[in-house]
Write a protein that binds this ligand. Structure first.
Ligand SMILES: NC(=O)c1ccc[n+]([C@@H]2O[C@H](COP(=O)([O-])OP(=O)(O)OC[C@H]3O[C@@H](n4cnc5c(N)ncnc54)[C@H](OP(=O)(O)O)[C@@H]3O)[C@@H](O)[C@H]2O)c1
Length: 217
């Protein structure tokens, strides 16, 4: 499959490398073609890896991963171009975090809305599926880094794209993603992402995750 990764940070790097290992063609996109980190990622990942602008990656792709800084993801997607996003699944991993010691979410992208929902509103022809955004990127592509059972969440407005993304999660090693329902649930998983940092500070390792246990009655 042809996959576009929007983002040259550690998430784009990890997801892109995993998809290459799984046998896909992956193009990493950036604000500028020839971005130093994207070029290095291509050098490390062989002939099925390529790089270009956000627009190049989106137009190349059958499926797109949004791995850009969440506070500016709408700007990045604008650069990708609505015509290159239309009709495609967009796996949205981004969290609209305001960076700081105590992370908080960008007010216009949280509480009564979310980044996922705002992307869906702006691009109604794109099938936005929110997932993978509640854990560190190495855990996203290798859940065995965290011992025992632990959970991943998925939400989106249509079932068919969610089924496709569940298949991809399965390739990554996730057995039973928790389907929260429609994309309005993105606001809660994005909120959870702000809770990640205090837990990281507490445990001193990024290799942890959330687990939901349900009792009877
Ligand atoms: N780090 C994790 O383990 C983790 C876990 C869960 C979720 N997330 C979420 O995943 C996303 C990616 O995280 P990351 O740490 O890999 O990378 P990041 O540093 O948050 O984002 C890097 C990307 O954002 C783009 N960007 C920065 N400023 C921009 C602007 N003004 N306009 C357009 N694009 C801009 C950069 O473009 P250039 O390529 O041009 O520099 C780059 O591609 C974030 O939303 C984060 O909250 C991260």
């Amino acid at each position: 499959m042809k996959i576009g990764i929007l983002g040259t940070g550690m998430v784009g790097n990890a997801i892109g490398a995993k998809l290459i290992q799984l046998g896909h063609q992956v193009k990493m996109g950036s604000r500028t073609a020839g971005n130093e980190k994207a070029v290095e990622w291509v050098e490390q990942n062989g002939s099925t890896a390529s790089q270009g602008t956000f627009r190049d990656a989106a137009s190349f792709a059958e499926i797109i991963f949004n791995c850009t800084a969440g506070a500016v993801s709408l700007e990045a997607l604008e650069m990708a171009g609505a015509e290159n996003l239309s009709g495609k699944i967009l796996v949205d991993i981004a969290n609209p975090l305001v960076r700081g010691t105590f992370p908080s979410l960008v007010p216009s992208l949280s509480n009564t809305t979310s980044l996922g929902e705002e992307i869906q509103k702006r691009y109604p022809e794109t099938k936005v599926v929110k997932t993978l955004n509640t854990m560190m990127c190495n855990v996203m592509v290798d859940p065995s880094l965290v011992p025992g059972e632990h959970d991943i969440f998925i939400c989106g407005n249509d079932n068919e794209p969610k089924l496709k993304v569940r298949e991809i999660l399965n390739w990554f090693g996730w057995k039973a993603p928790i389907d929260l329902g429609d994309l309005s649930n993105a606001r809660y998983t994005e909120m959870l992402s702000a809770f990640w940092m205090p837990l990281f500070n507490l445990y001193g390792t990024p290799n942890f995750n959330f687990k939901v246990s349900v009792g009877k009655g």
